[in-house]
Design a protein around this ligand. Structure first.
Ligand code: A5P
Length: 229
């Protein structure tokens, strides 16, 4: 049986076959995408020519280290494909993302991409979204009041300001993350809309109707492709 890291690697390496010569792709963030970048770096050494639009400073740095050409979204006419990880994937391909704190750029890049392929280990497949705390990116000003307004919606039992190494976690765009413990999200569309109505909320980790396909890797080495639309 494969370790968790080996399973993630399987998904990342498999997804590299979707990246065609001469294309520009959006590249997600996280420990599964790490393995995709690693594989693409190998293929670039062997002659693959690609440009990537990173969804975080971390991905930009990893791509540069792997000698992959990095561009900004503003310089791109059209994105045909983005590949990213996820924290939860439901049977219809609705997602929770942002466990790594890069949800804002990830969502912008995904929203302008014709295709979004999600790579993940099978632990990310869920019947209903919500067990994984939903990350919500907020501006730092008034975050306590915003936190309370999210609690007041009644959708989440607890809302915690994310910390890392004993300090408040700051996103690439200098915002905070509020992790919302909802347990079960019965209507992800509704929750996403309600959260967006709260002044101070920049973006939510609910990625609705964005994923076109998931590549799921299993402990026994099996890889499954699930098409969503
Ligand atoms: C980053 O902000 C996230 O959206 C990641 O895509 C997600 O957390 C999955 O990351 P892993 O591949 O590390 O589990």
């Amino acid at each position: 049986m494969l370790s968790q890291e080996e399973i993630k690697k399987q998904a990342g390496v498999y997804a590299a076959d979707f990246v065609k010569q001469g294309t520009t792709i959006g590249l997600g963030t996280g420990s599964t995408v790490y393995w995709l970048i690693d594989e693409l770096g190998q293929r670039v050494k062997e002659g693959l020519e690609i440009v990537i639009v990173p969804t975080s400073a971390q991905t930009a740095q990893l791509a540069k280290q792997a000698n992959i050409t990095v561009s900004s979204l503003d310089r791109i006419e059209r994105l045909f494909l983005t590949i990213d990880g996820a924290d939860e994937i439901d049977p219809k391909g609705q997602l929770i993302k942002g466990g790594g704190g890069a949800l804002l750029q990830e969502k912008i890049v995904a929203s302008v991409s014709d295709e979004l392929i999600i790579i993940a280990d099978n632990s990310k497949l869920v019947h209903q979204l919500g067990k994984f705390p939903l990350p919500v990116e907020v501006i730092t000003f008034g975050y306590k009041q915003v936190r309370q307004k999210i609690v007041d919606t009644g959708f989440c039992k607890e809302v915690k300001l994310r910390e890392k190494n004993g300090e408040y976690f700051i996103t690439d765009h200098r915002h905070y993350i509020l992790d919302c413990y909802c347990e079960k999200i019965a209507d992800a569309f509704l929750l996403n809309d309600i959260l967006h109505l709260i002044p101070g909320v920049v973006e939510t980790g609910l990625f609705i109707d964005m994923a076109t396909k998931a590549i799921i890797a299993y402990e026994d080495g099996k890889i499954e492709e699930i098409a969503f639309r």
